[in-house]
Design a protein around this ligand. Structure first.
Ligand code: NAD
Ligand code: UFG
Length: 335
């Protein structure tokens, strides 16, 4: 298939492009580089042997997007482009609403106009808010707790209504749990701008000596060691699920929503221990109060993804840490 990937130079998009390309799909990227570097394109070329066609454009720019669609003539769209920081979304909620929701509406309009009927959409476990219990299935109540989560929920709802109104449009909504790790080559990975908000990139920077210690947000949760438990998933496993989702849309011809996680939760302290083993570095810790808005435990029931996509995660926590550390060592300042 010819696949247009919005946000394709970002963390998850770039890894997904390596999987799409290795499985014979043609890829074109649209990215405004608000959180990515064009250098990703060279890395993709050296990993895959193919330099993807890319367009620098904002998905909210309707005229630009329309002309990209007319040039590329995609069979399907994978839509990663979004702002993704929970903290920033409280500081600039209108920017988040505009970038994520307006951007998605413009994309859906242009898809409609150009007759593109297949969409894979990046959603997030954030739509479950404070889950009542774990593992979390796709039927769990949806109740978001921050403006970023609100944008994901609204976009899911818009896509759902559109598919209900027009059966020829099919969407795969993928709810990611906690993506971590990097491409095994060490040439692609996560490059947070500023101090990392998420655990794995923060640990990487402590191990590299860029930060003194890791703040552990809360050790009084109702979990085995009191620290927060999450479902970390290797970004290459996540990448593979996108190609599988495209295949499933082609074969089953109907829309679906699936969780993408391993189904196994690890605590902050377990992740730290695994990282220390993988890197041979000590991670000094400082225990602090809970972070506002955090839940104690959050991990997926991934059985629907196994049924729908024939997909299960393959990489374990050790591998997630090894690959994240390789990326950190090779590219200490990101891309
Ligand atoms: P990222 O920031 O690395 O990638 C997003 C890409 O989209 C960037 O390259 C950015 O430049 C681009 N972009 C943003 N707004 C744009 C716009 N208006 N027009 C064109 N390009 C635009 O983020 P990521 O971690 O790769 O996340 C990809 C998707 O997955 C996002 O939708 C995110 O919300 C979702 N998600 C991420 C996580 C996570 O922990 N990384 C978890 C759940 C869901
Ligand atoms: N944590 C620390 N110290 C840190 C950073 C995080 O102790 O410096 C803890 C958190 O309290 C939590 C765990 O590590 O217990 C994981 O935190 P992350 O920030 O890495 O991930 P979250 O689960 O909080 O959130 C992430 C994304 C959300 C997304 C969610 C589910 O930031 O946008 O995963 O996909 F919605």
């Amino acid at each position: 298939m010819r696949v247009l990937v919005t946000g394709g130079c970002g963390y998850i998009g770039s890894h997904t492009i390596t999987d799409l390309t290795s499985r014979g799909h043609e890829v074109a990227i649209v990215d405004n580089f608000s959180n990515a570097s064009p250098a990703v394109l060279e890395r993709l070329a050296s990993i895959t042997g193919v330099r993807p066609i890319s367009f620098q454009a904002d998905i909210r720019d309707r005229a630009a997007l329309l002309s990209i669609f007319q040039e590329v003539r995609p069979d399907a769209v994978i839509h990663f482009a979004a702002l993704k920081s929970v903290g920033e979304s409280w500081e600039q909620p209108l920017r988040y609403f505009d970038n994520n929701i307006t951007g998605t509406i413009v994309l859906l309009q242009v898809m409609h106009e150009c007759g593109v009927r297949k969409l894979v959409f990046s959603s997030s476990a954030t739509v479950y808010g404070m889950p009542e219990s774990c593992p979390i299935s796709e039927d769990a109540p949806l109740r978001v707790t921050n403006p970023y989560g609100r944008t994901k929920l609204v976009m899911e709802e818009l896509i759902g209504d559109l598919c209900a109104a027009d059966e020829s449009l099919q969407a795969a909504v993928l709810r990611y749990f906690n993506p971590v790790g990097a491409h095994p080559s060490g040439e692609l990975g996560e490059s947070p701008s500023g101090p990392p908000a998420n655990l794995m990139p923060y640990i990487c920077q402590v191990a590299a000596g860029r930060r003194e210690y890791l703040n552990v947000f809360g050790n009084d949760y109702d979990t085995a060691d009191g620290t927060g438990v999450r479902d970390y998933i290797h970004v290459m496993d996540l990448a593979r699920a996108h190609t599988d989702a495209l295949d499933a849309l082609n074969t089953c011809g109907e829309s679906f929503t699936v969780n993408l996680g391993t189904g196994r939760g690890y605590s902050v302290l377990e992740l730290v221990k695994a990282f220390e083993l993988a890197s041979g570095r000590l991670i000094p810790l400082r225990f602090c109060p809970r972070r506002a808005g955090d839940v104690g435990a959050c991990y997926a029931d991934p059985s629907r993804a196994a049924e729908r996509l024939g997909w299960t995660a393959q990489f374990d926590l050790a591998r997630m840490c090894e690959d994240a550390w390789r990326w950190q060592c090779r590219h200490p300042n990101g891309i």
